[in-house]
Design a protein around this ligand. Structure first.
Ligand code: ADP
Ligand code: MG
Length: 706
């Protein structure tokens, strides 16, 4: 008998032969296979008489193969297999392309079901039907004569193959313990897990499949709520250092800035200061559009903590961003003498005021921090964890927090060593609508910077169809000749790289996308041979990436061609062009982020959305970017159009797909939350629910935001 954690190769029909294909779909274990759910179903239940078939109809017939033959068509290098099939009422031809082996399976005299679509027009035939030989009347079919599941596929592994594997796994799996407590199932009327698994793959009626889908959506959301609530309970039991607000000092800091803070910046700052004034740990998300000025708000909170003699860790996802933040401190708060440090893979510096930043060996810096001689430490997450012992840490600020895993977040919050947990502030430019953020991040408090500094020029945004491509290139060249710089974003590194974990149809879409390398070749050799073009992609070493960005910052590079990995939040005021290839392939929130990379300096900026897609939907979505007043508006729009998974972009979330979809259902969010709360109140360690506890532990490992 199979267990969920067994490798998928132990399933009949899989073996080692299909392992690598399944891996492309993210399927490694029996569990992964069974939870690889259909994207849709085809209803082939009714078996039609051949005589009753009409053109362009999806149908199943059952008949005997009269004759079958394969020939080659030289014109297109095709092999065509053609069979004549009869039942009691009539005959029809079936045609398959490039599957000559079918001739050996469907030998004359074979009785089989054929499910597929009839051709249009005069001489009607069945085009590429799925077939399944029938031995005896009562045989349980998998591919024909029933409701048939259609899965996310990958090259060389079709739904038919997957059906065989899933059916074999279902047949041999030991009965599963239901993680959903019986009380919850009774209250919600949701079906039991074993039955649901069978029904989501091979339903007898569609209602059963729908009920099963609903059950699994519920389960995912329920787990997420349990996870969030547990975090919250742990947090509520812990204590932080209360940081008094030195109002005069804060005012003088604000007054010393070269600009005046916007109202929403002031409001956010106040909310943060009021939180950190308490002994209860702060857990707050500071949201604001790209360029809205989050850093300075967080920085002032850190200064106030320093004033009270407390330390702040300021974490950035990349070294480059860390040094950018550090430079902000040095530039804006040149009088601060409490000690600001920068710690990245290749930099360790410290600043004690008077515009003088000095390099120090990492070891010395760490010991200064340990002696509490440095109050604000800016760095990348890994480095701070590895090197630094903060005796007096009271505040943790995390920039672009969705790039950090939940676990790290929990670790930072909990801090195994500390009796007191630090206050926690995360910052994100991803405009996550409130319902979604509540579900994703639990009970984070939210501060929002809702405007942009007044000095910003509006970015001119344009959707560029193929025929206007060369004019646009010309325009970009002129801008660069005038001293500006450009970003080019394309969706994927290498067309053959259909990385693990992606459903097949997406892999197919991805493979159609322009690759950075190709784009780089094209731009550097053909389009802009006279300019300095460089690449930036996820397979480069971090140091190489940073060097490239550094060179870009120093204007040694005119054009950077990048995948979507391009550093979040990087400030290159001289870059005024954002050109995005295959823009329709990106989530709107992501496009919005990309666009935010430009428009930060004094020059007029442009965002060009290149698209080859002529579909109305794609164009409508891109127009939404052109017209949107702010990121939130756009986020709501995208959420409605495509669902949250797409909206957040697949790189930003490991959230279970079904949970993501379910988030569109606020009722479900509410009821899962209430039920999760009820269970935890009764039994917060889940002692009476071992199956649920086990599932929740696995779930915690599955969700991550990287
Ligand atoms: P983000 O919110 O994307 O992290 P930053 O904090 O990097 O944005 O701010 C972008 C730029 O705007 C910085 O150069 C910052 O100094 C500047 N800035 C911040 N607040 C204001 C303001 N109120 N008026 C003018 N410029 C501001
Ligand atoms: Mg930022």
């Amino acid at each position: 008998m199979l267990r969920l954690d067994d490798p998928v190769s132990s399933v009949k029909f899989v073996g080692t032969r299909w392992e690598s294909k399944l891996k492309k779909l993210g399927i490694l274990t029996v569990r992964d296979l069974l939870f690889h759910f259909p994207v849709r179903y085809e209803d082939f239940r009714e078996i039609y008489n051949i005589a009753d078939l009409i053109p362009k109809q999806e149908a199943t017939i059952r008949g005997v193969v009269e004759e079958i033959d394969t020939r080659r068509s030289w014109k297109r290098n095709l092999s065509i297999t053609e069979a004549l099939i009869s039942d009691d009422t009539a005959s029809i031809r079936a045609v398959w392309f490039n599957q000559p082996y079918i001739k050996n399976i469907l030998q004359p005299g074979t009785v089989a079901n054929f499910s597929g679509k009839t051709s249009g027009g005069g001489d009607m035939y069945l085009s590429n039907p799925t077939y399944e030989t029938v031995r005896g009347e009562g045989m349980e079919t998998k591919h024909t004569g029933r409701i048939v599941p259609v899965y996310p596929e990958t090259k060389g592994l079709t739904s038919k193959g997957l059906r065989n594997m899933v059916a074999a796994a279902l047949e041999n799996i030991t009965s599963l313990k239901d993680p959903l407590p019986e009380s919850v199932r009774t209250e919600t009327g949701l079906p039991e897990i074993n039955e649901s698994l069978k029904n989501i793959h091979f339903p007898d009626v569609l209602d059963d499949a729908v009920a099963a889908q609903h059950r699994f959506s519920f389960e995912d959301l329920f787990l997420l709520q349990l996870y969030n609530l547990r975090q919250k309970i742990t947090l509520a039991k812990s204590e932080s250092i209360d940081i008094p607000i030195d109002l005069d000092y804060v005012k003088s800091v604000i007054g010393s800035l070269p600009f005046s803070l916007m109202d929403s910046q002031k409001r956010s700052l106040w909310e943060i200061l009021k939180d950190t004034e308490k002994k209860m740990p702060m857990n707050r998300l500071l949201q604001g559009d790209v360029g809205s000025g989050k850093t300075v708000v967080a920085a002032i909170a850190a200064l106030n903590a320093a004033r009270a003699g407390r330390q702040t860790a300021f974490l950035a996802p990349t070294s480059l961003l860390a040094s950018q933040h550090y430079n902000t401190f040095v530039k804006l708060f040149g009088d601060f003498e409490g000690g600001v440090a920068l710690l990245t893979s290749h930099e360790s510096e410290v600043f004690y005021g008077h515009d003088l930043s000095t390099e120090v060996p990492k070891k010395n810096l760490a010991s200064e921090i340990k002696k509490d001689k440095v109050k604000i430490i800016v760095g990348t997450h890994a480095l701070l964890q590895k090197y630094v012992d903060f005796p007096n840490l009271a505040l943790v600020i995390v920039d672009e927090q969705h790039r950090f895993g939940v676990r790290q977040r929990a670790e930072l919050l909990g801090g195994k060593r500390a009796a007191l947990v630090p206050h926690f502030l995360s910052m994100s430019a991803t405009p996550i609508p409130r319902t979604l953020s509540l579900t994703l991040f639990g009970d984070l408090d939210l501060s929002i910077i809702s405007e942009l500094p007044k000095n910003r020029k509006k970015i001119i945004t344009k959707v560029v169809p193929s025929k206007e491509r060369s004019d646009t290139y010309q325009f970009i060249r002129n801008e660069i000749k005038n001293g500006r710089q450009a970003f080019v974003i394309c969706p994927r590194i290498d067309p053959s790289d259909q990385s693990a974990g992606r459903p097949g149809y997406q892999a197919m879409l991805l493979s159609q996308m322009k690759a950075v390398k190709e784009e780089y070749e094209k731009l550097s050799k053909k389009i802009f041979p006279d300019l300095t073009v460089r690449m930036l992609h996820g397979k480069m070493k971090p140091a190489e990436k940073e060097q490239t960005m550094q060179d870009f910052l120093e204007k040694k590079i005119d054009v950077v061609v990048s995948t979507s990995v391009i550093e979040v939040g990087i400030d290159v005021p001289n870059a005024t062009i954002m050109m995005i290839e295959d823009a329709d392939r990106f989530g709107l929130a992501q496009l919005y982020q990309f666009r935010g990379r430009v428009g930060r300096g004094e020059h007029q900026s442009y965002c060009f959305l290149f698209t080859e897609s002529e579909t109305q939907n794609a164009n409508r979505r891109l127009k939404a970017i052109v017209e949107a007043k702010n990121g939130f508006e756009l986020a709501e729009y995208d959420l409605r159009q495509r669902g949250p998974g797409e909206f957040l972009g697949d790189s930003q979330t490991g959230m279970p797909d079904l949970a993501m979809k379910a988030i569109q259902n606020p009722e479900l969010v509410k009821s899962t939350r209430e039920l999760a709360l009820k269970i935890l109140k009764e039994d917060h360690a889940l002692k009476r629910y071992p199956a649920l506890r086990e599932r929740l532990n696995a779930f915690e490992k599955e969700i991550h935001w990287e």
